[in-house]
Design a protein around this ligand. Structure first.
Ligand code: GLN
Length: 341
């Protein structure tokens, strides 16, 4: 992946963010250094997504103390799309617990695109993980609620609790996807044939399509992610949304599957759990510290926002977020050598 981070030194992960002004400056720098890029293409397999202004670009970081930094178009709303999968999974894991949801939906990467039918076939009908469409539709079907309408209401209010404000569905995005989502309908029918989905499969696809059409901003994504970084408490509202155990489980699923078949490259370059969506959003979580929300509609071939990945790669380095980047114990800047034996 071209992270546009040549010359940016990896700061060691010290367990803390630098001070407010330093984070503010780096958020602005992540925006500035990637603003001009026009790499990638806007998704248009959901027709209405093709109508977005491709120049929009927003970056936000929310800290676990509730402070939020923003640069660029961080308050412009767009549909959450696949990023909803991470938060719906967390809500379902809260209900069912580690073992059951782990067994029913799975936690392993398929290595195949998010809308793969072959992945379901290759794995004997097991959805494999909740971040691809098959697993996400099966997860949505596990949401509490006797009817599709009740499940949808639980999803909307649950994701709103993560964001700390009432999220609205974009009816036009929903309509555009509902008319063209025959592939997701086929995946749900296939899961049904393997006994891997509860309830009416087409109704569950409809709820899933609604959840994907919820409107968020880069700022919202940062706050939603910061809730996962903060042991399940929304740092802005102070309300507990999920348990700390479910945060841990959700972030481990994101680490291996959040960027689809690019998840390995993402972990290699950025070293943090993240989740992308085809409208151009990415949320990335630094456990115990905070989260990054980005929005930029042009995508790479796997469906991940190009400028969002680059801004996140920059911040991971500059803010010392990469969970694999240690320094030498006791050294001042964490980068000095130890003594040679
Ligand atoms: N709603 C989209 C779909 O099901 C979400 C995909 C995505 O964001 N990768 O195709």
């Amino acid at each position: 992946m071209d992270t546009n981070t040549a010359g940016v030194e990896q700061t060691a992960n010290t367990g803390q963010l630098p001070g407010w002004d330093a984070v503010d400056e780096q958020v602005l720098e992540a925006y500035r250094r990637n603003r001009e890029s026009t790499d990638g293409v806007v998704a248009d397999y959901i027709p209405i997504l093709g109508a977005v202004d491709p120049e929009l670009f927003g970056v936000s970081v929310a800290e676990v103390d509730g402070g939020v930094h923003v640069a660029g178009d961080a308050d412009v709303e767009f549909s959450i799309q696949s990023i909803s999968k991470a938060f719906v999974y967390a809500l379902v894991a809260e209900e069912f617990g580690h073992d059951e949801v782990g067994e029913r939906v799975g936690v392993n990467n398929t290595g195949l695109p998010f809308n793969s039918v072959i992945a379901v076939e290759l794995n004997g009908g097991h959805p494999m993980n909740p971040m691809v469409n098959a697993g996400a539709i099966a997860t949505t079907a596990l949401m509490p609620g006797a009817t599709a309408a009740e499940k949808w209401e639980h999803i909307r209010s649950g994701l709103s609790a993560f964001a700390g404000r009432q999220l609205q569905m974009d009816g036009v995005v929903y309509g555009s996807e509902a008319e063209t989502n025959q592939r997701n309908q086929a995946i749900a029918r296939l899961l049904q044939s393997y006994g891997r989905i509860d309830g009416d499969p087409l109704e569950m696809v409809d709820v899933y399509t609604r959840q994907c059409a919820l409107l968020v901003s880069a700022r919202d994504l940062a706050v939603m992610g910061a809730t996962l970084a903060d042991g399940g408490v929304n740092p802005v509202t102070g309300n507990r949304v999920i348990s700390a155990d479910v945060c841990r489980d959700t972030l481990s699923v994101l680490a291996s599957t959040g960027l689809y078949e690019r998840s390995g490259e993402w972990l290699f370059d950025i070293g943090l759990p993240g989740k992308s969506g085809v409208a151009g959003g990415i949320v990335t979580v630094a456990p115990g510290k905070g989260a990054i929300g980005t929005f930029s509609p042009r995508l790479d071939s796997a469906g991940n926002s190009v400028r969002g990945q680059r801004a996140t790669a920059y911040l991971s380095r500059a803010l010392g977020l990469n969970i694999f980047a240690s320094g030498v114990h006791g050294s001042i800047d964490g980068n000095k050598q130890g003594s040679t034996p």
